[in-house]
Design a protein around this ligand. Structure first.
Ligand SMILES: NC(=O)c1ccc[n+]([C@@H]2O[C@H](COP(=O)([O-])OP(=O)(O)OC[C@H]3O[C@@H](n4cnc5c(N)ncnc54)[C@H](OP(=O)(O)O)[C@@H]3O)[C@@H](O)[C@H]2O)c1
Length: 276
């Protein structure tokens, strides 16, 4: 990976996953600096990765070629504004993983004319099984695009979109998506226990089924409808189950839930919006 210096602003869960991924991808610990106010977290990051840590964001950002914004969204405005001098002087690539914060807002807080990539990862990134969707503004060079992609690839797969508005849909699918699957897993586990299985077995059967179904869909590349029909023999058990899901319009319910997530993402983005 052709990267000189990376600074993280915020040293929480996502920064930790990315740092682990980068080090596994042979980025030297001394090339990574993390600005994090919490002393215990700084000590943990240093113990685990031997990276540079500081409670002073400006000092970690001052010689960075790439700055990754990884604070909570509510801290974004003040954190980026505090860095505006460094950002304006050095013009690094800014990668923002902040949910619900538009590029225009970051650009405005940071002093303008910035190369910014907006990235939307998801929680499986914590075990490097995430998927991150990326969008770049027109200040981002081809090299910077490839750097952003290489960084996010250390925690899973990456895809690009060419319209920032699509990030709200992405948030409602892959961002919130792990929770939808956990919801289904919770219900299946409970049904298994209601049917007399021990909790451990109920969990194992449910999780292995979820994993196996996802792997089957990925490996065969067959449409899910076809795979579902393959398990559904006429007059059989699966058909009986699907009939109940259809009766309660489960597909429409899922679509309505995803639509609510997207609407909320749009609301959060416009609440944080700044006019350029
Ligand atoms: N987790 C996900 O799956 C996921 C997915 C997509 C996007 N994101 C986005 O990723 C970002 C980080 O998420 P996370 O789960 O890593 O959150 P997190 O664990 O809470 O990490 C944020 C870190 O930033 C620190 N911080 C607060 N103010 C700061 C400041 N002024 N300067 C530097 N650091 C500061 C926090 O310290 P304190 O705890 O002491 O405040 C905390 O350690 C969020 O914006 C979230 O929207 C996360």
């Amino acid at each position: 990976m052709n990267i000189q210096k990376i600074a993280f602003i915020g040293g929480g869960n996502m920064a930790r996953s990315l740092t682990g991924g980068l080090i596994q991808a042979s980025i030297l610990p001394k090339s990574i600096a993390i600005g994090e106010p919490n002393k215990l977290r700084r000590e943990e990051l240093y113990r685990e990765f031997s990276v540079v840590t500081s409670d002073n964001n400006a000092s970690v950002a001052q010689d960075a070629d790439i700055i990754i914004l990884a604070v909570k969204p509510q801290h974004a405005a003040s954190t980026v504004s505090d860095l505006s001098e460094t950002l304006s002087a050095r013009k690094p690539l800014v990668i923002s993983i902040l949910a619900g914060i538009n590029i225009a807002s970051i650009n405005s807080w940071g002093g303008g004319n910035l190369a910014i990539v907006r990235a939307m990862p998801n929680t499986p990134a914590l075990i490097r099984a995430g998927i991150t969707t990326l969008f770049a503004n027109d200040k981002v060079t081809v090299i910077q695009r490839s750097q952003a992609e290489s960084i996010m690839k250390t925690i899973g797969k990456t895809v690009w979109v060419d319209d920032e508005n699509l990030i709200d849909t992405v948030t409602s699918i892959s961002g919130s998506g792990p929770a939808y699957f956990f919801y289904l897993i919770e219900a299946m586990e409970q049904a298994a226990m209601d049917g007399g299985l021990e909790p451990e077995l109920a969990r194992m059967l449910t999780l292995e089924t979820a994993l196996g179904a996802a792997r089957l869909a990925v490996d065969t590349n067959e449409p899910p409808t076809k795979l579902r029909k393959q398990v559904t023999s006429p007059g059989g058990t699966t058909e009986a189950a699907i009939a109940v899901l259809d009766k309660y319009q489960t597909s429409d319910t899922i679509k309505a839930a995803i639509s609510a997530a997207k609407k909320r993402a749009q609301e959060l983005a416009s609440a944080n919006e700044v006019d350029e």
